[in-house]
Design a protein around this ligand. Sequence first.
Ligand code: M6R
Length: 515
Amino acid sequence: THGGPSASNAHPHLDCRVRIAVVHNGIITNYQSLRRQLTNEGHLFLSDTDTEVIPHLIEKHYQPGKLAEAVEKAAADLQGSYAIAVISEDEPELIVARLDSPLIVGIGDRENIVASDVPAVLDYASKVVYLENGEIGVLTGDVIKIRRNGIQVEPREHLVCWTSEDVQRTGYEHFMLKEIHEQPRVIRDTLRSYTPEDRGSAKTIDNLFIMACGTSYHAGLVGKYLFEELGIPVRVEIASEISHFPRMPGITEAIVITQSGETADVLLAMKRLKELMVPTVVVTNVPGSTASRMGEYTIYTRAGPEVSVAATKTFVAQLIVLYQHALSYAGGRREFAQRMGVEMRQLPNTVQMVLDNETPIIECARFLSRYDNAFFIGRGINLPVALEGALKLKEISYIHAEGYAAGELKHGSFALLHEDIPVVAIAAPDHTYESMLTSIKEIKARNAPVIALADCADSEIEDLVDFVLRVPHEDDLLSPFANVVTLQLLAYHTARYRGCPIDFPRNLAKSVTVS
Ligand code: M6R
């Protein structure tokens, strides 16, 4: 978070005597004043990081045999968020502490392993201990001691439900491609796992608030359509904006969507909801994650661990949960709910059809990979899918991509259109189709190349656009599934043509644990 990627900014950071070493995830917000103070006291700093104040603070408080106490005292001076692991040349134990950043201890075979999240320790541990905010852990190879407010508490062990096989590439070139191809199974598993308890006891919801970040936010935007189809008003907000709202009137319940369950912006927003006493249902993929422990109730997506930074299978799993949740409030619309339930069970086949027809997407990706900018446009329920398609493309191929409501382009962005700006248009065969055709014609009149996602039976579109990617026919409300999988593959193959490091794009982390 502070300073460029360089050897001197890399962790671990050390004290003056090079006896204490610290690794840190999070941000120390008061590091400048601490650094000034410690420099005045004679400490020498070698990096641009906020983290480096931590080993120096620990050094200041350290007395032989009392490393944990020194960490505790140093932690009291820190503002911001941290998960830290501390060792000293002079002490046998590893000390860990956390505040608002995740930290787990994997229990292995005569070894304890510290990490930010569970997938990192799957090769070594079948049980984990989650450190809670403000706790200090004192670890050796076979002992875990936890202190809370100076008092020793029993560490609570949790069984890990994933295995190391779940985080292998199993023959795929990238995790992202493997995870895209897992989606039929993920849909099936997530459909099966929703239970009547997940619905809660309320007869109806008056005013639903959904909040999330990135891809999970887009899932919330799609989910809104189904809830509102059933007459439930929904407001969807970006988690990092919530702390800037002056007031949040009338919210009766919230759904928090977070794949990792560790996104700092989401956790902060959850605190705000807690203060307002809004009951919160968490939709997450990671059992034991911080969000799952903070919410009143948690519904798990059954995607299995997602390794690639670009979220794919967790997005479709989130949609499945949101759809099932919405349908559980169908009330008088029982027939509609039943029909949707039946059609949703066909989704694994629909998605499999997209996966089995990758060749045209690969050809189209070769075309798209030559450009540096692109627009993705959608309407109605496929507008959030366009936003998601653009996010996927920019994050892994580094092509600048903007997701837009098709009707909004003419209110300014038309100025950018020319023959080097391709537009990916989702031409779903629903009530938005005619207006999408109008948008496509307007775009073509500005010479921009158009790639259309169109129904397999659409005979009109071919003559209007440069590329057509056919998607299997679906109920209007289910069309986001086939469309998003098509766009995931398009982004993947485009990034592959451009030689990008697909699973680990620059500047990004799988869980964004700083706000
Ligand atoms: O773990 P979360 O769902 O809370 O993560 C939210 C975003 O950081 C995440 O979806 C991000 O946008 C992905 N890299 C998108 O592919």
